[in-house]
Design a protein around this ligand. Structure first.
Ligand SMILES: O=P(O)(O)O[C@H]1O[C@H](CO)[C@@H](O)[C@H]1O
Length: 263
């Protein structure tokens, strides 16, 4: 990690105040960054590389409303074959770079029957149904405790502010619980019923491990889902990642405005 941190530090004009992970199709935020410095993942020592469409695969430093931020344009998923330790590696690097705040975004299927494609959801809690945990193995005590409390994974002050900012901007912000599954297969109807029963409002294949790792290190975290599809469509149609990326691109415009406001 130190090798990676030293490498990235060389490119950063200053320490970013906030790191932002951009989900599928949400790369549009990058267009808002001024004074950009981008580093392709394949140039960064020890860094994994992105293999999913809609995830461009670069770290981008830039100024959002004059505040220095570091955006991960492209994240890593367990289903790509990475271990959860590899999936959260960039989050750990961000903390070691001195970044204290993290905004996580994703594209997700709506479980809550009131949600529609294009809705924006503030993630208030998570359920990790990943087959592993990024904290498994010897604990690095300099990162965080062996048994981190997870009763409040998100920074409450920050989430309250986000809700108020959304209201001021006339952005309809849903709230709910995000369930993280390993993917890459989509859910069966019976699995969807199960996920709803256990309290899920949105489902995806990312995010939960990043939040666990960030919270373990004491980062202040906030997270949003763009609901890109109903997990059981009212009108029968097949799931396509293409549609996820398209809807996220369109609805992502709202999220970009909101993130800008929050930053
Ligand atoms: O969670 P992000 O990276 O936004 O991507 C979501 O979109 C992909 C499925 O279309 C899956 O990777 C799912 O997790």
């Amino acid at each position: 990690m130190q090798e990676t941190v030293d490498f990235i530090s060389e490119f950063l004009p200053e320490i970013p105040g906030v790191a932002i992970i951009l989900g599928s199709g949400l790369g549009g935020l990058v267009n808002e960054l001024e004074g950009q410095v981008s580093i392709p993942y394949e140039k960064i020592p020890q860094f994994p590389v992105s293999t999913v469409e809609g995830h461009s695969g670069q770290l981008i430093f830039g100024y959002l409303n004059k505040l220095p931020v570091l955006a991960m344009s492209g994240r890593f998923h367990y289903y790509e074959g990475y271990s959860l330790n590899e999936v959260v590696f960039p989050v750990r690097v961000m903390k070691l770079l001195g970044i204290e705040r993290l905004i996580v975004t994703n594209a997700a299927g709506g479980l809550n029957p009131e949600f529609e494609a294009g809705d924006l959801m503030l993630i208030e809690d998570i359920i990790s149904l990943m087959p592993d945990n990024p904290l498994r193995g010897k604990n690095e005590d300099n990162l965080g405790p062996r048994f981190p409390d997870m009763s409040e994974p998100f920074d409450l002050g920050w989430t309250e502010k986000a809700k108020n900012i959304a209201k001021d901007m006339n952005i309809d912000l849903r709230t709910g619980v995000y369930v993280g599954l390993q993917g890459p297969k989509l859910e069966t109807k019976a699995e969807i019923r199960y996920l709803r029963i256990i309290g899920g409002d949105a489902v995806g294949m990312s995010t939960v491990s990043e939040i666990i790792a960030a919270h373990h290190m004491g980062m202040k975290v906030i997270a949003f889902s763009v609901i890109t599809n109903e997990s059981i469509p009212k009108v029968k149609k097949e799931f396509t990642h293409q549609e996820v990326v398209e809807v996220a691109n369109r609805a992502g415009e709202k999220l970009v405005r909101l993130v800008k406001g929050i930053v």
